[in-house]
Design a protein around this ligand. Structure first.
Ligand SMILES: C[S@@+](CC[C@H](N)C(=O)[O-])C[C@H]1O[C@@H](n2cnc3c(N)ncnc32)[C@H](O)[C@@H]1O
Length: 247
């Protein structure tokens, strides 16, 4: 059983709770949907699909087929229960070789999942293999700036000198080793805080071109849930989006 299996119900209800600010619903989900762009008639693979939130929203555009998988059985069960048209979800691990044929998708996307992998080189290679020529790989992950703040006990970034002249440095941008990350009321999970260099160069080294990028801000309407979190996430970006294209 994965951590997300035990969290599944809570994870789902938190997303649906219209009384509080939710980092996924109010920042990441709408931004990634918009960033992916037109999906009408496309074949799509969703890596780390969770309960199928993105798939459900994209399905309004009538894609040809969407396949999603996630390591959490519970979340996959919820995704299948939604009965999203032209979609299927299975339990799978994105750190392993993908079971799909070469050149079988127009779009591969992944929402806030790649940072759970200790090796993203293998994933980019696999994504490149299953994408058609000219196909796109879109993903969201933690923003390196926010990750750095999350790492520091003082919730701050940079360094300061004490009266004795000793320099204290908060966080380590270059530390990509797995470390515990707070998911608020969901507890803590180990993630890898990848640098811009790793996220970009791994794509360039694996047959992709970088064609778009975004620092995500929260939706304007989410201010009503929590003005303080809205201000924080409008000032310090929480998530980033990358779009790569196969050559
Ligand atoms: C932050 S959640 C995002 C889920 C979904 N994209 C959404 O927005 O609801 C991260 C997801 O990645 C999944 N995950 C973590 N490691 C994975 C792996 N190795 N293979 C597949 N899924 C994984 C988790 O089970 C979880 O559903």
């Amino acid at each position: 059983m994965t951590k997300y299996d035990s969290l599944a119900k809570h994870y789902l209800s938190r997303r649906q709770d219209k009384t509080r600010f939710d980092y996924n619903r109010d920042i990441e989900v709408p931004a990634l949907i918009k960033f992916i762009g037109d999906v009408k008639g496309k074949t799509i693979l969703d890596l780390g699909c969770g309960f199928g939130d993105h798939a459900q929203k994209l399905s309004k555009q009538k894609y040809k087929q969407l396949i999603g998988f996630d390591i959490s059985k519970e979340l996959v069960k919820f995704a299948n229960e939604q009965k999203i048209p032209n979609s299927e979800f299975y339990v799978g691990d994105m750190s392993k070789k993908l079971k799909h044929k070469d050149s079988s998708f127009d779009i591969v996307y992944s929402s806030l999942a790649i940072h759970y992998l200790k090796n993203i080189d293998k994933l980019y290679k696999e994504v490149n293999r299953v994408l058609k020529k000219g196909g796109v790989f879109c993903f969201s992950t933690g923003h390196p700036i926010f990750n750095l703040i999350n790492q520091t006990k003082k919730s701050m970034i940079g360094s300061e000198k004490t009266k004795s002249g000793k320099r204290i440095i908060y966080g380590n941008y270059f530390n990509e080793k797995p470390q515990l990350n707070s998911l608020g009321s969901l507890g803590k999970l180990k993630i890898c805080n990848y640098t811009y260099e790793t996220l970009i160069k791994t794509g360039l080294n694996n047959g992709f071109e970088l064609i778009d990028y975004k620092d995500i801000k929260p939706t304007a309407s989410s201010k009503k849930y929590d003005a303080d979190k809205h201000r924080l996430t409008s000032t310090l970006p929480t998530f980033i989006l990358f779009k790569f294209q196969t050559k």
